[in-house]
Design a binder for this molecule. Structure first.
Ligand SMILES: Nc1ncnc2c1ncn2[C@@H]1O[C@H](COP(=O)(O)OP(=O)(O)OP(=O)(O)O)[C@@H](O)[C@H]1O
Length: 295
């Protein structure tokens, strides 16, 4: 399908500082593509605007970090209106996952070129709310919760490393009653992640090998303890992309998590609190524009 109209949703405060409107204007000049721009606002959801765009444009293109991308994806979930990602954030996990160029002008060139395809990507439901990337409980959630905007603006991705060191030092295991595709498990751990996407936003590294955003499955990863040895094992398995006994890894379509008390957690970029959660996968529930052969 020829793209004739694009709606850009731009976070003017995201990680990169560059002349995005100039880049868009240059990329689309003479291409016969009409375009409109919507700006995000601090602490205000863009979901309603994104939902109103369904069926009214050929493509919704988000320039921002994973916070904006996941919010717009959740709004478009289940529709035929495709999403494009122009990575403008700090970690850009989703762009890395999908092989979308991290350079802004190169990502815009995907929109205007011929070498793209619309890939159908899985999403998850967290207690019926759609999410794109993952749900984190425990130290991974604390790390994201503490890496605030000011820290990310001043030191970029190092913000996550700094807060990781702080949260590891304070890590206490929690107990989890899990029901994974109907099978019961009693576990304890310092971090529980239910993920749709493998990438962690650092280079091309994935959390664990074998995680796919198009396999119709969620990956559940439990880190049992935060001892120095376990942390080193996890770091080395991420670097070498092999399995480690420091992590327990399941794949499933649905998981119910029961906790002894209410916990803070992160679902994509949203902060939540919960004691019982049901998470399920919705296979092929959003179409994303990607460079050909990127998955
Ligand atoms: N106009 C704005 N001014 C200030 N902050 C904004 C504005 N629009 C959105 N935000 C804030 O930006 C955050 C989302 O940022 P986004 O995910 O795009 O980038 P990021 O944080 O750099 O990326 P990453 O998640 O990859 O680290 C939200 O906290 C939102 O409130």
């Amino acid at each position: 399908m020829k793209i004739k109209h694009i709606c850009f949703i731009i976070n003017p405060a995201s990680g990169k500082q560059e002349a995005i409107l100039l880049f868009i204007n240059q990329a689309l000049d003479g291409m016969g593509i009409e375009w409109d721009v919507y700006l995000t606002k601090k602490d205000k959801s863009i979901a309603e605007i994104a939902r109103e765009l369904i069926g009214k444009t050929d493509l919704v293109a988000v320039y921002g970090g994973d916070g904006c991308v996941t919010e717009v994806a959740a709004a478009l979930h289940g529709s035929e209106t495709p999403l494009a990602i122009i990575p403008g954030g700090t970690a850009n996990v989703m762009a890395r996952e999908l092989g979308i160029p991290l350079d802004t002008q190169a990502a815009l060139a995907v929109l205007t070129g011929k070498d793209y395809e619309m890939r159908s990507i899985d999403m998850g439901l967290f207690n019926d709310q759609p999410f794109l990337l993952r749900v984190n409980i425990g130290i991974m959630a604390d790390m994201v919760l503490q890496a605030d905007r000011d820290l990310k603006n001043s030191v970029g991705q190092l913000a996550y490393g700094i807060t990781a060191l702080k949260t590891l030092a304070l890590a206490e295991p929690a107990s989890y009653r899990l029901e994974i595709d109907g099978k019961a498990f009693q576990e304890s751990g310092v971090s529980l992640t239910v993920t749709n996407s493998g990438h962690i936003g650092i280079g091309d590294f994935a959390l664990q090998p074998g995680i796919s955003i198009t396999d119709g499955l969620l990956d559940v990863i439990l880190m049992k303890d935060a001892s120095l040895l376990s942390v080193l094992k996890v770091a080395s398995s991420t670097l070498l992309q092999n399995k480690t006994e420091a992590l327990v890894h399941w794949q499933c379509k649905r998981i119910v998590i029961n906790m002894d008390q209410t916990h803070s957690l992160i679902c994509d970029d949203r902060k939540e609190t919960a004691r019982q959660i049901t998470i399920s996968v919705v296979p092929a529930s959003i179409r994303i524009m990607v460079p050909k052969l990127s998955l």
